[in-house]
Design a protein around this ligand. Structure first.
Ligand code: ZN
Ligand code: ZN
Length: 195
């Protein structure tokens, strides 16, 4: 049951995540403009984005993670009115995770928020999917197929979310209270023209 420590850059926010293993979740790198804007808005392009503008994300159930320290520093933003909640550390502006509303049992944890010494692939397994490659900041190396949302990922993700819902793993959710209210009201960062 691979357990992973969670830590923001300055160390004020800490927690733990479980079942962060390939058979229990999905690991993706997303190149979409919004994931890039999220990192850039927080001034974390250097820490979070790979050399092609990709964000490494492990998609899991909210109940698979807990914040044990510094929860009061967690903030959120939205880049579009209906877009995901994008959580981050108010203390050091480290991106933490993307979630839907409280009723969706889903959390895409930014793996930079995971405190993994050494080789990430050893713990998380290899990246399963590279998403929205057309937005990469430079041509991707061969082998990273340019797809928007691959059907194989959607099937896995919908199945996982279905199972997490059945198992009640949408709660507890570190980002929402019992009533489904976000622990920090999202700041609206609607900075780009949407094409
Ligand atoms: Zn994205
Ligand atoms: Zn911090």
């Amino acid at each position: 049951m691979a357990e992973v420590n969670l830590k923001c850059s300055c160390g004020q926010i800490r927690g733990t995540a479980w079942d962060i293993v390939p058979h229990a979740g999905t690991r993706v790198v997303c190149y979409c403009e919004d994931c890039q804007a999220y990192a850039r808005h927080l001034g974390q392009a250097e820490t979070v984005l790979d050399e092609y503008g990709g964000t490494d994300i492990f998609q899991t159930a909210p109940a698979h993670m807990t914040i044990t320290q510094g929860k009061e520093h967690i903030r959120s933003l939205r880049l579009t009115p209906k877009g995901p909640f994008r959580w981050y550390a108010g203390c050091c502006r480290m991106p933490i995770a993307n979630t839907g509303p409280a009723k969706l049992p889903f959390a895409g944890v930014i793996t930079a928020f995971m405190d993994i010494p050494g080789d990430r692939d050893r713990v998380l397994g290899p990246v399963g999917w590279y998403l929205q490659g057309k937005y990469a900041t430079k041509p991707l190396p061969p082998g990273r197929k340019i797809v928007d949302f691959p059907a194989s990922l959607l099937v896995r993700l919908f199945w996982n979310i279905f199972v997490w819902k059945l198992k009640g793993l949408g709660k507890p959710n570190p980002f929402f209270d019992e009533n489904g209210t976000p622990i920090s009201k999202p700041e609206k960062v609607f900075e780009r023209n949407r094409g």
